[in-house]
Design a protein around this ligand. Structure first.
Ligand SMILES: CC(C)(COP(=O)(O)OP(=O)(O)OC[C@H]1O[C@@H](n2cnc3c(N)ncnc32)[C@H](O)[C@@H]1OP(=O)(O)O)[C@@H](O)C(=O)NCCC(=O)NCCS
Length: 140
């Protein structure tokens, strides 16, 4: 099936983005915060089936050697159709020779491993709120 990919925030329905994240259990910020995060990102990817937004992802970067990928999610009915892989490939296209880090829920780790990601032994994080630390599963 042919899907439409958009790589900018023009005319994006932020409620639709929020819904995709919500369906993935990842809507832990307000709609306004979500919009700001995507608008301030280095790269964004939105995937549509006709007019339906069903996949999203974004990367922040210094544009030189470091980047982070966040908010990668696909609507449940569209999972398992390589759309997650497509989102990651589109994000990576704009990050040549750049290291990428990301948070991966335990259930998503195999997905990331399949596209070349490895677990880090050196990662540390400082979260803005305790509940954000818990929701990401980092309890060490
Ligand atoms: C994780 C997610 C983005 C993957 O998207 P998707 O479109 O379903 O994945 P794809 O169809 O592109 O899968 C690509 C490959 O990863 C595998 N894969 C996908 N999700 C997987 C999972 N949860 N566990 C194990 N393997 C998985 C697929 O089998 C496929 O393998 P193949 O290339 O050998 O056939 C999607 O399932 C999702 O939105 N999940 C909920 C939100 C989430 O966990 N996001 C990640 C943030 S931590």
């Amino acid at each position: 099936m042919q899907y439409r990919i958009q790589e900018n925030c023009k005319n994006i329905d932020w409620l639709a983005v929020y819904r995709v994240l919500q369906e993935a259990g990842m809507a832990s910020h307000t709609l306004e915060e979500t919009q700001k995060a995507f608008e301030n990102s280095y790269r964004v990817v939105f995937v549509f089936d006709k007019d339906l937004l069903m996949g999203v992802g974004r990367a922040i970067s210094d544009g030189s050697y470091e980047a982070g990928i966040f908010d990668v999610a696909v609507l449940p009915d569209y999972r398992g159709k390589k759309i997650g892989k497509l989102i990651m490939a589109e994000l990576h296209k704009g990050l040549p020779n750049i290291n990428v880090i990301l948070y991966a829920k335990p259930e998503a780790q195999s997905f990331y491993k399949k596209i070349g990601y490895s677990k880090m032994l050196t990662g540390m994080a400082k979260f803005a709120r305790e509940d954000r630390m818990r929701e990401k599963g980092y309890t060490d």
